[in-house]
Every structure is written in structure tokens, then in C-alpha cells.
Design a protein around this ligand. Structure first.
Ligand SMILES: [Zn+2]
Length: 429
């Protein structure tokens, strides 16, 4: 019988042999314009199905809306064991730099929209699903693939649709997701968000006659200033054992290095962002309306019902109306950083890259939350997040190959049964 280590050796050799092909495949994927909004991923889905067909692996397409297909598949190993699901999305941010669609390879970097978020991580999931299939006779349990649409707009027609309409497809023992994370850390947690609009209106008037009409812009400014005073950078109500992880020196050092100085402290605090304010036509006129759109990020432990009630009361006090964007509001989520899949990722990171992977909190959202909310461990393994969404979005070739290798080897270890999975993580804790 093939041993777990020979499966690992075979996968490593295959990735070495496929290196140039993998780079070309990623560049082809990056040239497909799967921008969200509008989120039409049909061409990207055709591309993904093409790869899966060349592997000869099982897959099918599940769509809530025709323009947003989700490709799912599952195969089983030779003996009973655990079920791992791989997850990635095909949709990407809009561009202001059209050159990104060329997916240029320059100085060891591949430039393209989605290179970071997250076509590299998604391709890694697709390749892991295909590569391991050839070794299924030596593996236990099952491997599932979920390549989804609509992540950039909240997942209503993507991962959330799968959980609501096809729960059997996503129910697993663990999830590995390839969102941008950077290597050398373990993304075990992400903050929650409360997204909402505030609006105010009046009859308008001449700017010299403020005694005759309320000014909606003034109301919005007073209200949003108050929200900043009360909540921005307020320390969250974190469980002590979680706060101990977030304040440990190795986590602080790693989070600040990968996500920018201040990121470690940010993970423990509520943050407020006003993203849009609309109102007014002319300096000499009292406007008839003003609307602001805000995003409040909440650490684990924040009571969102209380926060929401407080904000509604504040809006009311200031003569404004608050409407919550439910699709984009959700609680924080976390996974045990000492869990089996987390330990496997940390051990492989150390073996392959010589890096420790201390637990770090993500500051943005990923579909991993849908698994974590249901108590299913979900960890992230993708390239650096530094350039995501920018005009210079890119991934280095080395990093792309490392992500493909890490995901495949982590999946192989997880499905190896007891061969390696029960060993303690070296350099862990
Ligand atoms: Zn993403």
C-alpha cells in the first residue's frame, strides 16, 4: 500500500514538473474578466470545468442565478475517514487599470486582478482536488471542492446558497480556503461587520435662512461624529483566552508585519469607517437630503444586537434613519488554532518554508466564516494580501507555487488518516 509520505513525494514531484504549466494556467485564469459587480462568472466557470475535465475528476454545477455558477465536486478515498472541503471564489474586484487583464509576468511576478484575491488560492484548491484524486487509493475520507461565485458581494448566490440549498455539499469535518493570507501565519479568526446607511431629509431652502429648515448634512455629520466618538477603536469584549492569543508577542509581531503596523491592536477593537457621504447641490442651499454609508468591524465577543440597538437609538435622537445592509452584516468567527487542520498547515509551513505560523486575525471577511459559524474548523492558505484590489495586484511565482503545494500537501495529510495528522506541530503552540 502506498504510504502517506510517498503520496507527498509524488505530489511534490508533480508540482515541480508542472511548474511552467501552473504559471500559464494561473495567467489564463487571471485574464478572464469575472468582475463583481456584476459578478458574471460563466466564463471563469467554463475555464474551471475545463481543468477538472482534463483531470477526469467528478464535478457538477449548482446555480442560484445563471450568471453565477458554483462548481462543486467530491471524491472518496479508499477507506473511511474525515471529509475536507476546499473553497475558493472566482469573482474579483473591479479594475481601474485595464493592463491587469493582460496577466503580465514580469520580474518573477504575475500581475492581474485576482492574483491575490483570490484566483491563486482558488487554482490551488482546483489543483489539489485533481492531484490528490490520482492517489485516492492511498487516502482515507473524502475531498470536496467548492469553487463559488458572488463572494465579493456577500455570498448570497455562492457559498451561502450552497449552505442553504445544498448543505450536503459543504458539510465536512474541516475547510481549507485559499483567500489572501500571506504565508507564515495561521488565519484562525476574522472580525464581524455591521454595514448600514444613515439618512436624513428636509424641505431644503436658502443657506442664509437656517432658521427655516433643518440641514440634513449637519445632522449626518453630528450623528457620524458621535458614532466615531463612542465606538471607533473601542476595545472589544473578547474572551480572555482569545485575547491572550491576540496579544501574544509572536502574534502581534506577525500580524503587524503582514497586515501593517497596528493590525494586531485593530483585531481587538471595534473600528468605524464612513465610506460614502452623499448630499447637497450648492454651497448656498440647504440640502433636502443626506445619506452616509458606514461599516463597523467588530471583534469576537461584541454583542451585535446591543450595538445595533444603540445605533438605532442614536440615529433616532439625531433625526436620522438607519437601515442595516443585512447581506453584508455578520458576526466574527474563529477556529481553534490548535485544531488538526490548523496544526497540519503550521507543520507544512515550517517544513516547506522554514516559517512559523502563529495565529493571526483577518481584518476582512472570507467565506470561511460560513463553516466556522457551524462549528466546522476552517483555515486560510493563500498568497499575500498586500496588493489585493490595487492597480498593482500581483503574486510572485514562488508564492503561487508555494500556495499550490501547501494546499495539496495539507489536504494529503488531512486525508492520510493517522499517519501524520496526530503528530504534534513542530514549533507550534
Ligand atoms: Zn476574496
Amino acid at each position: 500500500m502506498t504510504s502517506a509520505s510517498s503520496v507527498r513525494d509524488a505530489i511534490n514531484a508533480r508540482i515541480d514538473a508542472d511548474r511552467d504549466m501552473l504559471v500559464e494556467l494561473l495567467r489564463q485564469f487571471l485574464r478572464i474578466r469575472s468582475v463583481n459587480p456584476p459578478g458574471d462568472t460563466r466564463e471563469a466557470a467554463d475555464f474551471v470545468r475545463g481543468i477538472l475535465d482534463r483531470f477526469g475528476v467528478p464535478h457538477r454545477t449548482l446555480s442560484a442565478v445563471a450568471e453565477m455558477p458554483n462548481i462543486v465536486g467530491r471524491w472518496d478515498g479508499a477507506r473511511p475517514g474525515k471529509h475536507l472541503v476546499l473553497n475558493g471564489h472566482m469573482d474579483v474586484f473591479p479594475v481601474s487599470n485595464e493592463a491587469l487583464w493582460a496577466a503580465e509576468l514580469r520580474d518573477g511576478r504575475i500581475y492581474g486582478r485576482g492574483a491575490s484575491d483570490m484566483k491563486t488560492g482558488t487554482l490551488a484548491a482546483i489543483m489539489a482536488y485533481g492531484y490528490l484524486h490520482e492517489h485516492r487509493a492511498a487516502l482515507a475520507g473524502a475531498l470536496s471542492l467548492t469553487v463559488v461565485s458572488d463572494e465579493q458581494s456577500g455570498g448570497r448566490y455562492g457559498t451561502r446558497f450552497l449552505f442553504e440549498q445544498h448543505p450536503g455539499v459543504v458539510a465536512a469535518d474541516a475547510c481549507l480556503n485559499g483567500e489572501p493570507s500571506g504565508l507564515g501565519n495561521l488565519r484562525f479568526m476574522e472580525k464581524g461587520t455591521l454595514r448600514f446607511s444613515l439618512s436624513s431629509s428636509g424641505i431644503g431652502g436658502h443657506g442664509g435662512y437656517p432658521h427655516q429648515a433643518p440641514n440634513p448634512i449637519e445632522r449626518i455629520i453630528r450623528l457620524t461624529s458621535r458614532i466615531y466618538e463612542l465606538y471607533h477603536l473601542k476595545l472589544g469584549d473578547l474572551p480572555p483566552e482569545v485575547d491572550a492569543i491576540l496579544t501574544s508577542p509572536e502574534t502581534v509581531r506577525t500580524a503587524d508585519a503582514l497586515l501593517g503596523a497596528g493590525a494586531a491592536e485593530n483585531a481587538r477593537r471595534i473600528t468605524v469607517n464612513i465610506g460614502i457621504i452623499n448630499g447637497g447641490l450648492k454651497a448656498t442651499q440647504i440640502p433636502t437630503a443626506c445619506t452616509a454609508h458606514l461599516d463597523i468591524r467588530t471583534p469576537l465577543g461584541t454583542d451585535r444586537d446591543v450595538l445595533r440597538a444603540e445605533l438605532l437609538a442614536l440615529a433616532d435622537e439625531h433625526g436620522c434613519t438607519m437601515v442595516v445592509n443585512e447581506d453584508h452584516s455578520y458576526p466574527a468567527s474563529m477556529t481553534d488554532p490548535e485544531g488538526e487542520l490548523a496544526q497540519i498547515l503550521r507543520r507544512n509551513t515550517r517544513e516547506l518554508l522554514g516559517l512559523d505560523a502563529p495565529p493571526v486575525c483577518s481584518l476582512g471577511g472570507t467565506d470561511a466564516r460560513y463553516w466556522r459559524w457551524r462549528g466546522i474548523p476552517a483555515v486560510i492558505c493563500g498568497p499575500s494580501n498586500i496588493s489585493m484590489g490595487t492597480d498593482q495586484e500581483h503574486v510572485t511565482v514562488e508564492e503561487a507555487i508555494a500556495v499550490i503545494r501547501l494546499q495539496a500537501l495539507c489536504a494529503a495529510d488531512y486525508l492520510a488518516g493517522t499517519h501524520r495528522a496526530d503528530e504534534p506541530a513542530r514549533g507550534g503552540a
